[in-house]
Design a protein around this ligand. Structure first.
Ligand SMILES: Nc1nc2c(ncn2[C@@H]2O[C@H](COP(=O)(O)OP(=O)(O)O)[C@@H](O)[C@H]2O)c(=O)[nH]1
Ligand SMILES: [Mg+2]
Length: 412
């Protein structure tokens, strides 16, 4: 059974249409529009990666998302209570795992915005003509699936809709969702979402990404998780660039009860990394997490610095680092995608940590990360607390995101 069929089954679409209708009357009232026009996807300039992450907002995209964020807040307040009550009831009656429900609620904003877009799209549907495909492409782009993916899917759907002779809103909607899910599933084949560990000796895991995305926080969360599994964990405070960065890691170290190897402020990060690796070897640690700076004088310097750290690690431990995890902030949407392209081009990224999925409507960014970057998402961040991190389970994510769309019916 393919992913689409299993989602369909999980949501018992055929049997539960009526139930779903009765339970869900509030989707239609949400009208969130955050626009990412295909033609204006920006490229991150080298100076931009240098600035704190909050500053990386670009041109048209920034303006438009700002304009619409007001609408978002207003509508959310109106509908939030009802939607939440509904989710709780569902969770109680279903035998969902704890992590699936944490995922579901973490993705609440994304789900709401997807539902409202889909609702809008279906409501507008009259017949399968050029306007229809234009609408579809726009809907997909706004849902952050990525311009290239949106274009490709729309093209493929032109044939598919005809082939299946889909005419009713319901039939058309299912054909599209099936395609979307199948595409997502196909792109994930051979994707390596596992974390890799050394057979002998310490495993080194390097964290990279621009400032403010959540590197240090993710290290704090992961250190607690692996320590909880009985591993000996060490942290290296490789972000010597920003005042307070070392201290922030030390706070996590204390909280988690793991040692932090640190240097003096503004010391050479490479020497901190060296000390960290030596300490990990001497103390026979299982895992060394290396924190890094998200900015230096410029982008080229940052990439060179990362390469230098990697060289130092490999000199001491030839098979390491086992993982270079690129941390991306989901709330930055398409910008995160641009950052990923930059890092991917300059260093061997082995996986992605997608943070701040809680409270953002931009969770759809998972799709272009998979479809266009071909980098496996290994972890997702769903909050600031130590337990707010989950391994990324692609099918659970699809279930959470697409399942509810299958329930949306014409006339809802
Ligand atoms: N809501 C939320 N906040 C997060 C998440 N991950 C990190 N943060 C917050 O993002 C901010 C920047 O995180 P930090 O780890 O310092 O980023 P770094 O500069 O990449 O090391 C902090 O306030 C974190 O608490 C997440 O998954 N969800
Ligand atoms: Mg940090």
């Amino acid at each position: 059974m393919g992913l689409f069929d299993s989602i369909r089954k999980a949501f018992s679409v055929d049997d539960a249409i009526e139930t779903a209708r009765n339970q869900r009357q509030n989707h239609a009232s949400i009208t969130v529009e955050t626009l990412y026009p295909a033609q204006t996807v920006p490229t991150v300039q080298s100076e931009e990666i240098d600035k704190p992450q909050n500053d990386i907002t670009v041109g048209v995209e920034a303006e438009i998302s700002h304009t619409y964020s007001e609408t978002e807040t207003e509508t959310e307040t109106e509908t939030e209570t009802e939607t939440e009550t509904e989710t709780e009831t569902e969770t109680e009656t279903e035998t969902e795992t704890e992590s699936q429900s944490q995922l579901d609620s973490g993705l609440d904003e994304t789900k709401k915005s997807w539902a409202s877009r889909w609702q809008h799209f279906i409501a507008n549907f009259r017949s399968v003509d050029e306007d229809f495909f234009d609408d579809l492409e726009e809907t997909l782009i706004k849902a952050d699936v990525g311009a290239a993916t949106a274009l490709q899917l729309t093209d493929e759907l032109r044939d598919e809709v005809k082939l299946q002779n889909a005419k009713s809103k319901q039939a058309v909607s299912e054909v599209i969702l099936e395609k979307l899910v199948n595409h997502y599933e196909a792109q994930g084949i051979n994707e390596d979402t596992a974390m890799h560990f050394a057979q002998n000796g310490p495993t080194v895991i390097l964290f990279v990404g621009v400032n403010g995305v959540g590197k240090t926080t993710t290290i704090g969360k992961l250190a607690a998780r692996y320590k909880g599994e009985g591993k000996k964990v060490l942290l290296a405070a490789g972000d010597t660039f920003r005042a307070g960065a070392t201290q922030q890691l030390q706070v996590w170290g204390e909280r988690d009860g793991v040692e932090v190897v640190a240097g003096a402020p503004n010391s050479d990060p490479a020497s901190v990394v060296y000390d960290g690796v030596r300490a990990a070897i001497d103390q026979q640690a299982d895992i060394l997490f290396v924190d890094t700076a998200g900015r230096l004088q410029n982008n080229v310097n940052l990439m060179q610095e990362l390469e230098k750290m990697k060289r130092i690690i490999s000199r001491e431990l030839p098979e390491q680092p086992a993982e270079v995890l690129l941390v991306l902030d989901a709330t930055t949407g398409q910008n995160a995608l641009q950052q990923a392209k930059l890092f991917k081009d300059s260093t061997d990224v082995t996986g992605i940590v997608l943070t701040k999925l809680d409270g953002t409507a931009k969770g759809g960014i998972i799709l272009p990360i998979r479809n266009e970057l071909h980098l496996p998402v290994k972890w997702i961040g769903l909050g600031e607390q130590v337990n707010d991190l989950q391994p990324f389970v692609a099918n659970d994510f699809a279930k959470s995101l697409f399942g509810q769309l299958l329930e949306i019916r014409d006339g809802d």
